[in-house]
Design a protein around this ligand. Structure first.
Ligand code: GTP
Ligand code: MG
Length: 318
């Protein structure tokens, strides 16, 4: 059974219930799917913002400032800080907690750190489930913060309505970002730490790269905004750019299609997950182990074993 009154408590924005529900999905509790089904009825009201970029670019500082900005407008904010490298909530996340301590005690702010090592991509299924819980609780904004290492930063765009890529003026950073495919996912860029030398040349380098981006009349052109997050400079402009992008998506019906696309990817993942569980039931896992010696000896090939296992799987689902 789903824990008593947890759904009602989530709907009434009870932070402890939200936190408890996220723990349930994190541990893979058997009620978590039922819980998510129930919560889905109240989903879709939160606007989801992804903030990604290289380590130390100022993502947490910016998240903090943006949250304070929204709070002044009486909007509530849920933050999910994703650490794709650490299996523990230590190290970098401890830093986050310190930097975000002043908003953490605010009733209208919910903060959760999630480690996602072991999953494919930085934003695991569980991270998105967690966002759904926060959404159902009625928070106005959800901010995903993910460190841009490897594949993780590309995944954030599959979960966010607006994706912001934070860069710093340090040499080569912008070029590196373009290579890593951040160009495709950024709805706009923030050149943070603009108090540092080289920010003007970094800005013009970025602008030049973006000029060559293919576009049509209707396409959204990613902007570049300068910011000094540690001094709260540029926060308003960033919030305005988010609003502009949101309006663009809504006015053209793109928000709906974007969310449909996200659900498509997600539903496929869930189906694949269910299939995997079914496929590797005990007897097939054992049959696989039993065949390995023969494969090594050359008596049979990996393909034959795979086909046998797959055919057995097919016969059980007919
Ligand atoms: N000079 C300067 N320092 C900044 C600025 N923004 C943030 N910082 C500092 O940069 C350091 C890293 O900031 P964070 O906000 O933790 O950066 P992050 O991108 O969240 O870092 P990770 O989550 O570890 O990848 C901190 O010491 C901040 O105080 C800025 O605009 N200018
Ligand atoms: Mg951070």
């Amino acid at each position: 059974m789903i824990p008593d009154k947890i759904i009602e408590r989530i709907f009434s924005k009870d932070k402890r219930a939200v936190s408890r529900a996220i723990s349930l999905i994190e541990t893979g509790n058997s009620y978590s799917t039922e819980l998510l089904k129930e919560l889905h009825k109240r989903i879709g009201r939160a606007y989801r913002i992804g903030i990604t970029g290289p380590p130390g670019a100022g993502k947490s500082t910016l998240t903090n400032q943006l949250t304070k900005f929204y709070r002044k407008q009486n909007k509530t904010v849920g933050i999910i800080a994703v650490d794709p490298t650490s299996p523990f909530t230590g190290g970098a996340l401890l830093g986050d907690r310190v930097r975000m301590s002043d908003i953490g005690s605010d009733e209208g702010v919910f903060i959760r750190s999630m480690a996602t090592r072991g999953s494919l991509g930085g934003l695991s299924k569980k991270t998105i489930d967690a966002a759904d819980i926060i959404d159902a609780a009625g928070y106005d904004y959800i901010i995903f913060e993910t460190v841009g290492v490897g594949q993780s930063e590309l995944d954030v765009a599959k979960a966010a309505d607006t994706t912001i890529v934070v860069l710093v003026p340090e040499s080569g950073d912008s070029i590196q970002a373009m290579k890593a495919g951040l160009m495709e996912i950024a709805d706009f860029f923030v050149l943070n730490k603009s108090d540092r030398p080289g920010s003007d040349s970094a800005l013009s380098a970025l602008k030049t790269i973006l000029m060559f981006r293919e576009h049509t009349e209707k396409s959204w052109l990613p902007n570049i905004l300068k910011a000094v997050a540690s001094e709260n400079t540029g926060t308003r402009e960033i919030a305005e750019e988010i609003a502009k992008h949101k309006n663009y998506l809504e006015a053209n019906g793109f928000l709906k299609t974007k969310r449909e696309e996200h659900y498509k990817v997600r539903i496929k993942e869930i189906v694949e997950h269910l299939m995997k569980n079914e496929l590797w039931r005990e007897h097939r896992a054992e049959s696989l182990d039993a065949s390995l010696a023969k494969v090594v000896e050359g008596e049979t090939s990996p393909y034959e074993i795979a086909e046998t296992l797959f055919n057995d799987f097919k016969s059980t689902i007919k």
